[in-house]
Design a protein around this ligand. Structure first.
Ligand code: BES
Ligand code: MN
Ligand code: MN
Length: 460
């Protein structure tokens, strides 16, 4: 038996305890968006340090300007092996709306599903289950005196809030963190039976606008028709953000957006994406794409402007005849190509400001942004990983894009000049960020086996 076969056998033999370990991790409600859970984020980081030490890593928790990072190191079994940096995030999205969960979000359960057992909990798929696929692979190499590659791990606790503190941490610790390549397990499969390597991520930038009119909420009978209504102003401005063809109207918005290379277009067309099923799963029928774009091109290669939330006035039970003093909206933009997050926020703010009537003031609250990134397709590490995935799944890995964002991947390139290999085992119906998030037991198990094979292939 080769070392890899033996590691795979160890992963199979340890499948039960591996699920127990993941359950322990999932019980920690490490919600990075909510200050009430900052202590839980610390606990999740401590849990990872203990876990890493138990499988032979040197590991420590490191303070950042926000939630702590965890860094660990382990030497390869043999000298002259490649050095990889593995990245994952221990923070999770807030679990609400709580009443839509079938079981409490931080009490993980095994449930029967159409594809076998599934692990249900917030973070099961994004990203605790995925992160643990890698650690379970590392564990399986313990008996060989170490894994086939030298490994540094970096786990952060702010991914779901845009990784605001991580770029500075990278720069400060560049020497420790720089490796031959970064491995990231935070993306999905192409289908339940087809693995995928993601080669493009959209960027993201978000902004919040608060419009204020009168100095207090007013009686809409006494003032209505004379006093300006900030909700009307806000809705008109938000409505102006798109033209009737679905294009974004912000000046300069499309600067840096590139047309897809023909080669990639063909690659994606060959995947035969089923748009009707994609929309049908969420109760929709009709894609709202820009003219001439396929749904897949739209999600993977076109930018967006989305209003994520609006508030103002009275939204409780019954009627209240109020003329509100304030209205606010949270807006975010998915970015592609070389679109510049700062310029887009500036353009948005100018767009709003230009449309303000007398007596309405705008305030803006900014958030960290990150540009899009595309990864090289013709790359030796990618070729090796692709073969390793094929050995595990019996099918070649699809090369895919991703409409979501992982802010730090761009920083790996910019700050450390390091490419990333994005391999994940999440499925479209995992309900990431939604109630009843789940990770298939098969994703977890075969994910660990896949990493064991990838580490072997990178070292061969
Ligand atoms: N794991 C996701 C990214 C992702 C989304 C991968 C969809 C595959 C499919 C990541 O945790 C995430 O949610 N990123 C956020 C970043 C944002 C909060 C700055 C996103 O894309 O919204
Ligand atoms: Mn994630
Ligand atoms: Mn996420």
């Amino acid at each position: 038996m080769t070392m890899i076969d033996d590691a795979l056998a160890a992963i199979d033999a340890n499948a039960g305890p591996a699920v127990e370990r993941l359950f322990d991790f999932l019980r920690i409600p490490s919600v990075s968006a909510d200050p009430a859970h900052f202590a839980d984020c610390d606990r999740a980081a401590d849990w990872l340090v203990d876990e890493l030490r138990a499988i032979g890593f040197e590991a420590a928790k490191h303070p950042t300007d926000g939630r702590p990072a965890v860094v660990g190191h382990i030497k390869a079994a043999r000298r002259d092996s490649p050095h990889v940096l593995f990245y994952g995030h221990y923070d999770v999205q807030p679990p609400d709306p709580l009443d839509l969960w079938r079981s409490p979000p931080f009490e993980p359960k095994l449930e029967a599903g159409p594809r076998g057992e599934r692990i249900v909990a917030r973070g099961a798929s994004d990203d605790k289950g995925q992160l643990m696929t890698f650690l379970e692979a590392c564990r399986a190499f313990q008996r060989f005196g170490g894994p086939p590659c030298a490994i540094t791990v970096l786990f952060e606790g702010e991914e779901e809030t845009g990784s605001p503190s991580l770029p500075a941490f990278l720069t400060k610790n560049a020497k420790t963190l720089k490796a031959d390549i970064a491995l990231v397990c935070d993306t999905g499969m192409w289908s339940p039976s087809t693995p995928a390597i993601t080669t493009a991520l959209r960027g993201i930038v978000a902004d919040e606008v608060v419009l204020t009119g009168a100095n207090r909420d007013l009686h809409s009978g006494v003032y209505g028709g004379v006093a300006v209504n900030p909700i009307h102003v806000l809705s008109r401005i938000l409505g102006d953000l798109h033209d009737p063809n679905g294009a974004v109207t912000l000046p300069g918005f499309y600067d840096g957006v590139e047309e897809l290379p023909e080669e990639i277009k063909e690659q994606w067309a060959a995947l035969e994406f089923d748009a009707a099923a994609f929309l049908g799963d969420v109760g929709l029928t009709t894609p709202v794409v820009e003219r001439g774009r396929t749904p897949l091109e739209q999600v993977w290669s076109r930018p967006t402007c989305e209003v994520n939330g609006i508030s103002g006035g009275y939204a409780g039970e019954g009627v209240k005849t109020v003329l509100p003093a304030k209205a606010s909206a949270k807006v975010s933009f998915r970015l592609v190509g070389k679109q510049n997050p700062e310029k887009i926020v500036q353009s948005f703010r100018a767009f709003v400001t230009l449309r303000l009537p007398p007596d309405v003031k705008a305030e803006f609250i900014g958030h960290a942004g990150s540009p899009a990134i595309t990864l090289p397709v013709k790359n030796e590490a990618l070729r090796r990983a692709r073969r390793a995935l094929e050995a595990e799944w019996g099918k070649p890995a699809a090369l895919v894009g991703c409409g979501g964002s992982i802010p730090i991947v761009g920083a790996f390139k910019r700050e450390l000049n390091m490419d990333s290999l994005l391999v994940g085992f999440a499925l479209e119906d995992d309900a990431m960020h939604s109630p009843n998030e789940k990770y298939e037991r098969a994703s977890f198990h075969k994910g660990a086996r896949s990493w064991a094979r990838i580490l072997g292939a990178l070292a061969a």
